[in-house]
Design a protein around this ligand. Structure first.
Ligand SMILES: Cc1cc2nc3c(=O)[nH]c(=O)nc-3n(C[C@H](O)[C@H](O)[C@H](O)COP(=O)(O)OP(=O)(O)OC[C@H]3O[C@@H](n4cnc5c(N)ncnc54)[C@H](O)[C@@H]3O)c2cc1C
Length: 384
């Protein structure tokens, strides 16, 4: 059976699923293909907390709320301030109130946000082709074809690859990518804390890595620890892991109790040569990855989604080169700036030279007392 769509989205993670939802109800016939559809129901267990969390910016929260795809408040942590410390006394604190905002970011669990988006998709006019796996791609000037495992072929005027950092589609189309491993993994886990976090996120640049405590509802906290020896942390018993994480964070939140076991994700900077091709475009991690120290990876992806949705909704031909080129040009600056900033910060704060160590700590403390600079930093980073 052959089926033809205007837009075929490959990959229903946060980026692909929110793009499909943002395009729903419009003039384009949209389909979403996902190999592993997420669990949508039965997520109401109070003790079941996903260790994979995201710090979502206020602007992207508004976008998701407009899509009516934002989880219930009791699953969302609010970051009202952020306290960042260097490895030799440097310190900077950002307060949302200083820049006139309610929160710097909102901490949401991957599973709950995905479920909120997919629940809305089920009621939309998007055709959900799941579980489905694409095995071949071809395109010419008029359109593109995806062949699925089992032989079914799907035609579209535009195929959008939202299939993650190891994008199958990017390889299939023949777009190369510069991949630079950081030699670090992000180890994540959730904890119950002895003390209230009061909505403050903490981050420590420890010289050999970056440790973050992100506030979850109640006394829960989600940890992201970028380190070169993840195996050591992942091999620890729950009690030993709690002790190590509490000690590294100077017992800021007192003693810890493990809520969700630790998991590790290798960290890489990925910069594809192009994010568009003939009748194809890429968004989210398929188009770029960044070090998670600023919590901006999926935020960049939501930025891709919003521009794509604006350009494609009413386009006569969503796969026309001119439309795709506007997308590529519209995103390049935001993506490059974020990649250079996160990459630069990571290198600056893991550089072993003592002079660099002095500079980075002095820089943090000086910025902390430079009110207007700090306010601008908050506004630019957060996007109030
Ligand atoms: C440790 C860590 C912490 C992070 N913290 C933050 C944070 O605080 N804030 C933030 O903004 N970002 C954060 N990020 C980044 C964030 O995780 C990613 O940017 C985001 O998950 C990318 O979403 P995506 O939808 O593009 O890709 P993915 O989540 O990888 O989704 C890709 C989807 O495509 C599907 N797929 C793949 N191949 C196929 C195929 N051939 N056919 C059909 N479907 C396919 C997969 O099953 C998957 O569902 C963090 C990353 C790490 C590693």
């Amino acid at each position: 059976m052959n089926t033809h769509f205007d837009i075929l989205i490959l990959g229903g993670g946060l980026v692909g699923a929110s793009l499909a939802l943002a395009l729903s109800g419009g003039r384009q016939r949209v389909a979403l293909l996902e190999t592993r559809p997420p669990q949508v129901d039965g997520l109401d267990r109070d003790d079941d907390w996903d260790a994979r969390v995201y710090a979502v910016s206020p602007a992207n929260r508004r976008f998701l709320q407009q899509l009516e795809a934002w989880p219930a408040d009791d699953r969302v942590g609010m970051v009202t301030a952020m306290d960042v410390r260097g490895d030799a006394g440097g310190r900077i604190r950002f307060d949302a109130a200083e820049a006139g905002g309610e929160a710097l970011a909102w901490i949401v669990e991957n599973r709950w946000l995905l479920a909120a988006i997919w629940r809305r998709l089920a009621d939309s006019d998007v055709e959900l082709l799941d579980p489905a796996e694409a095995t071949a791609f071809a395109s010419d000037a008029r359109g593109a074809t995806l062949t699925l495992a089992g032989g079914r072929t799907l035609g579209a005027r535009l195929v959008i690859g939202c299939d993650g950092a190891n994008s199958w589609l990017r390889r299939e189309v023949g777009i190369g990518a510069a991949v630079s491993p950081y030699g670090h993994s992000g180890v994540v886990a959730n904890f119950l804390c002895e003390r209230d976090h009061d909505g403050v996120a903490h981050q420590w640049f420890t010289g050999d890595g970056v440790l973050a405590y992100l506030p979850l509802p109640g006394r829960r906290m989600s940890m992201v620890w970028s380190c070169a020896d993840p195996e050591r942390l992942l091999a620890l018993s729950p009690d030993a892991l709690c002790a190590a994480v509490a000690a590294r964070g100077g017992r800021q939140l007192g003693e810890l109790q493990l809520v969700t076991p630790a998991a590790g994700f290798p960290l890489r900077l990925i910069r594809p040569e192009r994010v568009i091709g003939e009748r194809v475009a890429f968004a989210g991690d398929a188009a770029h990855t960044v070090h998670p120290l600023a919590g901006q990876g999926v935020n960049l992806g939501f930025g891709d989604v919003q521009l794509l949705a604006t350009l494609l909704r009413d386009a006569d031909d969503p796969g026309a080169y001119g439309v795709l080129r506007r997308y590529e040009r519209g995103r390049i600056e935001a993506v490059r700036t974020m990649q250079y900033t996160c990459d630069g910060l990571f290198r600056l704060f893991t550089h072993p030279h003592p002079l660099v160590g002095w500079l980075r700590n002095t820089g943090l403390s000086l910025t902390n007392v430079a009110g207007p600079v700090k306010k601008r930093l908050i506004r630019e980073a957060i996007g109030f």
